[in-house]
Design a protein around this ligand. Structure first.
Ligand SMILES: Nc1ncnc2c1ncn2[C@@H]1O[C@H](COP(=O)(O)OP(=O)(O)OP(=O)(O)O)[C@@H](O)[C@H]1O
Ligand SMILES: [Mg+2]
Length: 261
């Protein structure tokens, strides 16, 4: 069975879908057959972020409940042949029972190395589904105090359910930390009581590219190296490599000044 990673936070707008899409894409580029699942029902953003909204004819619920063949519901990417997407329904008319849905969904994971689950920014039935499928979780937080509290509560809930959590700090702004205006890395690890997996800097280029369905795949994006580092740190449990420092190769951040405000 694949390793299944839940990307989550009770707080909305912190970059969960951005992280899910970019990490899945980078895992696929690293040669891992990767399935990206959009559990943000009735909204769904992964088809937009990955630039395939015109190809999403059937969704994850059609696949789970067997209304369509899984192959017809799964978007494939010719530019990244190891990446696959099960998109969210635009309007979910099914009554989702988390145990049943999770069991059916897990049956679709055969043949993949990694499954990345993106969740909505609230405590929801699909988060419960994701938690039932996941081996581990990445909890996303920005410097914002409400997002830090959201990450703390989310990680606490997941840990109570036996799911190990790691923290992904997104939209990191080193300058505001060194000016003591915003929480630093250690402050955020401390507040969320969650070990750090990675740090993705604030990346204006990514924000605009994402609106056109383009992922952070080249050095034109300051966040690209950060996503590479996170993927390396995910994979090092199987490769036996030493985990890279979180800011390895990430330009524009003065390391010693960003730990605490
Ligand atoms: N590192 C980053 N730098 C700059 N902008 C970012 C970064 N990460 C995400 N964003 C932007 O933040 C916005 C919210 O991102 P995203 O949709 O991924 O958040 P989310 O947590 O999935 O939101 P929701 O809770 O609504 O599902 C988007 O406009 C996205 O482009
Ligand atoms: Mg989202």
């Amino acid at each position: 069975m694949p390793k299944t990673i839940l990307i989550t936070s009770f707080k909305g707008g912190v970059g969960k879908s951005t992280a899910a899409a970019n990490l899945a894409s980078k895992l696929a580029r690293a040669g891992k057959r990767t399935l990206l699942c959009d559990l943000d029902f009735d909204l769904g953003t992964l088809d937009l972020i990955t630039g395939c909204e015109d190809r999403l004819l059937f969704d994850i619920c059609d696949a789970v409940y067997g209304r369509r063949e899984v192959e017809d519901c799964t978007v494939k990417f010719t530019s990244n042949p190891n990446l696959f997407l099960l998109g969210a329904p635009f309007k979910c008319t099914d009554t989702i029972e988390p145990d049943d849905f999770a069991q059916r969904l897990k049956n679709l994971f055969t043949g993949y190395d990694y499954v990345i689950l993106d969740t909505p920014g609230a405590d929801s039935v699909t988060l419960a589904v994701g938690a039932k499928c996941a081996d581990e979780a990445i909890v996303v937080a920005t410097h914002n105090p409400t997002s830090i509290r959201g990450a703390e509560k989310t990680a606490q809930r997941l840990r109570e359910n036996g799911i190990p959590c790691k923290l992904l700090i997104n939209c990191f702004d080193g300058r505001s930390v060194s000016e003591s205006k915003r929480a630093g890395m250690l402050d955020m690890i401390d507040a969320t009581k969650t070990p750090l997996l990675g740090v993705v800097p604030y990346d204006r280029t990514l924000m605009f590219a994402q609106e056109k369905g383009v992922l952070a795949e080249t050095d034109a994006f300051v966040s690209s190296k950060a996503f590479d580092n996170i993927v390396q740190r995910i994979l090092c449990s199987e490769t036996g490599e030493r985990p890279r420092p979180v800011l390895y190769g990430v330009s524009g951040i003065k390391r010693k000044k960003v730990l605490t405000k």
